[in-house]
Design a protein around this ligand. Structure first.
Ligand code: ATP
Ligand code: MG
Length: 485
């Protein structure tokens, strides 16, 4: 017999031997202890079950025929207990009938070994089942870890979705940034009107995001999988606009060499965005009114009526009511377009959005140009907040894009912005009183060619006495040299 040791683990594996014959136990105890196992023993089923309440062997060797409850019943009972059901059981049996061995498996055993016991065989089986059990345990552990990871990932995903929703409702709505109450109102209105087929009129100065809003409405509507067709009414020559919108037949006019579908037909099932609608010629306005009311039109030079299902979103940076008064826009068209107006405030009216937008564009352009710029200096922010932004968000985006290109540091500073002071809001108001006085005195001195006192002097002109003026000049640092400038 080989004395090869079972490769012991630390701590050693524990085996429980259950047998009613003391000599059997003695032999096995000695053999297995020598092979590095820790061995527990029990003389019958009941005392084995009792022992299992406080000890946890890694494997059980179970005799079949014992006084009291037999091996099968012992096995069944320990398989019924959550604490012991996973411990592998190997039967030791002198029974030769196959039926007995099958009963062992039915009771929950993993294997059997026949008496008289061959020690080498016993060792091989014990080792094999311990290995299987360990693999199972590690699989269970891995699986549990995986489950935990999946749960954590799901939690993070939900949290991300939640935060994204939060962000969306708070300041980023379909890529439209804005915390100002007026912008929040815009988001709400987009949300409300998107679900309907109502005509929307978006107004606001150039660069306030009218096109962005039009896209947001389309993207949130049931028509989102159909086309959003854009028409810039200002960019098309008035002679061509009608054929562009409604299409034409071959030969309808000089140059119409083939039949052409109009944008309304292309937008069928989707949305048409009529940008700069205030620029439409009066003749075309009638036809547009009809589409809005009846969803039908005729192509240029065509006799057949075409029916479409199109949602109209119009935008303008003009005051359409003024245009109506001037006679440039038909009042019936205005009323038809103005069913659901959305007005975008100018950027200077919502300075609380400037830092958010500047930060957004800075990060976007930094990523685009592969730069490390990621902080806006307080000075730079101050400049941005006091600028007049005639071109609104588009202008801000352009200024930041240029600044990011010019900036080779992490911090974007006033020197990168290149904003002319003249265009900042209320440039005069920010001068302090002394500066105003200084400029005023300099102006007077210029007119008197530097003469302070006397009948034609600056003091006379300014209505103060000569010594007062000289004292003020000294205080303000106005020297004689400057006056001749
Ligand atoms: N609130 C905003 N958040 C983020 N980007 C914006 C916002 N408003 C405008 N922009 C960006 O500014 C630029 C101009 O926007 P848009 O084209 O929608 O303006 P517009 O009102 O249609 O101007 P115009 O009257 O000149 O056509 C676009 O690049 C747009 O993405
Ligand atoms: Mg536009």
């Amino acid at each position: 017999m080989s004395t090869k040791m079972y490769p012991t683990t630390n701590p050693p594996d524990t085996l429980l031997i259950v047998d009613d014959t003391p000599t059997n136990i003695g032999v096995l105890f000695e053999y297995l202890t020598q092979r590095g196992f820790k061995v527990l023993v029990a003389q019958d089923g009941e005392s084995a079950l009792e022992q299992l309440q406080f000890s946890r062997p890694d494997l059980i060797l179970l005799d079949v025929l014992m006084p009291g409850i037999d091996g099968f019943e012992t096995c069944r009972r320990l398989k019924a207990q959550p604490a012991t059901k996973d411990i592998p059981v190997i039967f030791m049996t002198a029974l030769t009938e196959t039926v007995d061995k099958v009963r062992g498996f039915e009771a929950g055993a993993v294997d059997y070994i026949t008496k008289p016991i061959q020690h080498e065989e016993l060792l091989a089986r014990v080792t094999a089942h311990l290995t299987i059990r360990k693999l199972q345990e590690s699989l269970i552990k891995q699986n549990e870890a995986l489950q935990r990871e999946i749960a954590e990932r799901e939690r993070l995903h939900n949290e991300k979705t939640y935060l994204q929703e939060e962000i969306k409702t708070h300041y980023n709505f379909e890529e439209i940034i804005g915390v100002a109450p007026a912008m929040q109102k815009v988001f709400q209105n987009i949300e409300r009107v998107a679900a309907t087929d109502t005509t929307v009129l978006i107004t606001g100065e150039t660069g306030t995001g009218k096109e962005l809003v039009a896209r947001a409405i389309h993207n949130r509507s049931a028509r989102k999988s159909s086309a959003l067709i854009k028409v810039n009414c200002a960019a098309l020559p008035s002679g061509l606009i009608e054929s562009e919108l409604f299409g034409h037949e071959k030969g309808a006019f000089t140059g119409a060499t083939a039949k052409k579908k109009g944008r309304f037909e292309l937008a069928d099932g989707g949305t048409i965005f009529l940008d700069e609608v205030g620029e439409l010629p009066l003749e075309t306005q009638v036809k547009l009114l009809r589409v809005l009311q009846e969803q039908e039109f005729e192509t240029v030079g065509g006799a057949k009526t075409i029916k479409v299902n199109v949602r109209v979103i119009a935008a303008t940076n003009r005051n359409l009511q003024d245009e109506v008064k001037k006679g440039a826009i038909r009042s019936d068209l205005f009323f038809r377009l103005n069913i659901f107006p959305i007005h975008l405030p100018a950027l200077r009216e919502r300075s609380e959005d400037i830092s958010l937008l500047a930060d957004y564009f800075m990060k976007r352009f930094a990523a685009k140009t592969n730069k490390q710029v990621n902080v806006l200096s307080p000075g730079a922010l101050d400049l941005l907040k006091n600028y007049s932004w005639a071109g609104n968000v588009r202008e801000l985006a352009n200024v930041i894009e240029r600044a990011v290109i010019l900036c080779d540091e992490r911090v974007l500073a006033p020197k990168h912005l290149n904003l002319t002071a003249a265009a900042t809001i209320g440039a005069e108001e920010v001068w302090d009183m002394e500066e105003v006085e200084r400029q005023h005195i300099l102006k007077a001195l210029k007119r008197t060619r530097g003469q302070v006192g006397g009948a034609n002097g600056a003091a006379q002109l300014l209505g103060v006495n000569r010594t007062t003026l000289i004292a003020r000049m000294k205080k303000l640092g106005i020297g004689a040299g400057e006056t001749s400038a």
